[in-house]
Design a protein around this ligand. Structure first.
Ligand code: CTP
Ligand code: CA
Length: 224
């Protein structure tokens, strides 16, 4: 192994990374969203680019920005747009890491005009969005596919079942129960579970270091 391979172990690897929340329109001025900051996905993108990867970062609405010669940012708003953008780049990629907090449901009908307040209650019917990660698990060939699992109960068990159901190579369990973990924080605590059910727990650390732990794990797997 020469020096360049050691320093840039992701050289010549094409990656897709998703980050941030999605916004699902209710009417022209309102949406359903969540508190994802995008920090974890952006940290993974930047670290991967610094390790030599060519990165397509498909990002939902966040207040972060990233300029790097190895990163192309594709900005999207809704789960449907994220699905399309990810599928545009997947066949050509080697490693996909889907860290976005995609809305599971969206309004079934989007009102074309601002909804006026009338009755004391308002019901909005929701329909499921496409599961982007699962759809990749169904078509993947050579790609190394990584998902996240955000759990508040039965964490390991739920993460393992997502790994299996979505045909992943690796899942990153993100525990919201831990102090210093979660959406807004600059730190995170994760557990990696691979497709052989090997479990590796990490301590609370900055998201940039978590990004490196995840990428080093993947590098080890694809080089093995
Ligand atoms: N995900 C996705 N598309 C969706 C929903 C989720 O790609 N429509 C991805 C997320 O980016 C994450 C993984 O699936 O990598 C798991 O997301 P999570 O919300 O933890 O699990 P779900 O499968 O959505 O199940 P639930 O929310 O019911 O726990
Ligand atoms: Ca979900």
């Amino acid at each position: 192994e020469n020096d360049i391979q050691k320093k840039l172990p992701l050289r010549n690897r094409k990656m897709i990374i998703t980050a941030g929340p999605t916004h699902e329109a209710i009417d022209p001025v309102r949406f359903i969203g969540n508190h994802s900051s995008g920090k974890m996905g952006y940290a993974i993108a930047e670290t991967a680019a610094n390790l030599g990867a060519q990165v397509v970062l498909v990002s939902g609405p966040v207040s972060l920005s990233l300029e790097h010669s190895n990163i192309k940012v594709v900005s999207v708003t809704s789960a449907e747009e994220m699905y399309q953008a990810v599928h545009n780049h997947f066949s050509n990629c080697d490693i996909a890491i889907l860290s976005a907090a995609v809305a599971d449901y969206r309004p079934k009908d989007v009102a074309s005009e601002k909804i006026k307040k009338n009755d004391s209650t308002l019901t909005i019917q929701l329909e499921k969005t496409k599961d982007i990660l699962k759809s990749l698990g169904e078509i993947k060939e050579h790609q190394f596919l990584t998902g996240f699992a955000l759990e508040t109960q039965n964490e390991l068990e739920n993460a393992k079942s997502k790994l299996k159901k979505k045909n992943l190579d690796l899942i990153v369990l993100n525990s919201l129960k831990d102090k210093g973990a979660g959406f807004k924080a600059d730190t995170n605590k994760v557990t990696l579970i691979d497709k052989h059910n090997k479990v590796q727990a990490f301590s609370v650390k900055p998201k940039t270091e978590v990004a490196n732990d995840i990428l080093q794990y993947i590098i080890q797997q694809i080089d093995a």
